[in-house]
Ligand binder design. Structure first.
Ligand code: NAD
Ligand code: IPM
Ligand code: MN
Length: 351
């Protein structure tokens, strides 16, 4: 059997820093030779140097890989050198669309020991363990909009959310399957009181698919109320299914309540197996702390858990998961560097 190839895109800011630690832990778990790693020099520096964001030849190489590991891309929000979103849209979103990453899976689990901002009263309500199944290829992310009379006082700017029955149904089905393997509870989050067309479609599809999953208890929350529940009663959630933008926002909040965005992992999954899936932390390039060696690599490391599960290596996945859990439990207030955290978790998986 052929050694699987993993494409690696460190990217910008803390992206390469946390990716180094993720690869360290991955290799400590499966050995140096289980995968062939191919690093791709992409991101802000490449663009500034060559004007290329994602060359055609690179797309072909990525397509031929078995999975993609991404750090983060994107310049500082105030950057004058790099147009806002150039790298995010030209690379990250482009890969999600090209490789049909319809399921953006974002698990959240509270491990005792993490610095959750939730009150102890809320934490004592019980374990927090849910996944957000965020749609990854549609919604407001399609670039479907435009602007006229730009710069005048009559400017009109539109972004139109695209929701197809096909696209919604496949992600809803995936969410029901995940609910069956978990606590059998599914919450649709949308805003169908205002977004009647898209919200109506999501609601109807969840109702239709739910008839095939009588064991799964379904409920619904408007997205604004969902942001409250995440803070007051996060234990109520098992599987959340939602659209692209709501899922983006809710998963940053989910990261924050379960110990910080530095812990939140994600998988961009191609459910047909036609294209490689992509594994990355939920967070971005964090320009405010880049280059200091202080970024938390745990999110990037935990995305290796999702990668190994995806590649059919659940035992290896569980080893990293256990090592991360133990490392988090042992964290006190001591500040460790990015590489110290990676070294500790790598040592723990070696046993
Ligand atoms: P961000 O996630 O990069 O940072 C938000 C805050 O969280 C910052 O204070 C940062 O220091 C902190 N943070 C993030 N990751 C951390 C870690 N591992 N350890 C400790 N602290 C961490 O979000 P932002 O500031 O809105 O975006 C910065 C850039 O990243 C932008 O260009 C944005 O478009 C891009 N971005 C990229 C991705 C991606 O590539 N997947 C995701 C989100 C944002
Ligand atoms: C994420 C990021 C991206 C998104 C940006 C950088 C385009 O915030 O992966 O959560 O909005 O999906
Ligand atoms: Mn985001």
């Amino acid at each position: 059997t052929k050694t699987p190839t993993l494409a690696v895109i460190g990217g910008d800011g803390i992206g390469p820093e946390v990716t180094t630690e993720a690869l360290k832990v991955l290799k400590a778990t499966v050995g140096e030779d289980a995968f062939t790693f191919v690093e791709h020099d992409l991101g802000a520096e490449r663009w500034l140097r060559t004007g290329e964001v994602l060359p055609e030849a690179t797309i072909e190489e990525l397509k031929a890989s078995d999975a993609i590991i991404l750090g983060a891309v994107g310049a500082a929000p105030g950057s004058t050198e790099i147009p806002s979103g150039l790298l995010e849209r030209g690379l990250l979103l482009k890969l999600r669309f090209l490789f049909d990453h319809c399921v953006n899976l974002r698990p959240s689990k509270y491990y005792p020991g993490t610095a959750s901002p939730l009150s102890s009263a809320v934490l004592e309500q019980g374990p927090i363990d849910f996944v957000v199944v965020r749609e990854g290829t549609e919604g407001l992310y399609c670039g479907n909009g435009g602007a006229v009379r730009v710069g005048t006082e009559h400017e009109i700017a539109t972004e139109v959310s695209v929701n197809t029955a096909f696209g919604v149904e496949r992600v809803v089905r995936d969410a029901f399957e995940r609910a069956m393997a978990r606590r059998k509870k599914l919450t649709l989050v949308h805003k169908h009181n205002v977004l009647v067309n898209a919200g109506g479609l999501w609601k109807r599809i969840v109702e239709q698919v739910s008839t095939e999953y009588p064991e799964v208890t379904c409920d619904y929350l408007h997205v604004d109320a969902a942001t409250i529940m995440l803070v007051t009663d996060p234990q109520r959630f098992d599987v959340i299914v939602t659209d692209n933008l709501f899922g983006d926002i809710l998963t940053d909040e989910a990261g924050a309540i379960t110990g910080g965005i530095g812990l939140a992992a994600s998988a961009n999954i191609n459910t047909t197996g036609d294209f490689p899936s992509m594994f990355e932390p939920v967070h971005g390039s964090a320009p405010d702390i880049a280059g200091q060696g202080i970024a938390d690599p745990t999110a990037a490391i935990s995305s290796m858990v999702l990668l190994l599960d995806h590649l059919g290596r659940p035992e290896d996945a569980r080893r990293i998961e256990a090592a991360v859990e133990a490392d988090i439990a042992a964290r006190g207030d001591a500040k460790r560097s990015t590489s110290e955290v990676g070294d500790a978790i790598a040592a723990a998986v070696r046993g």
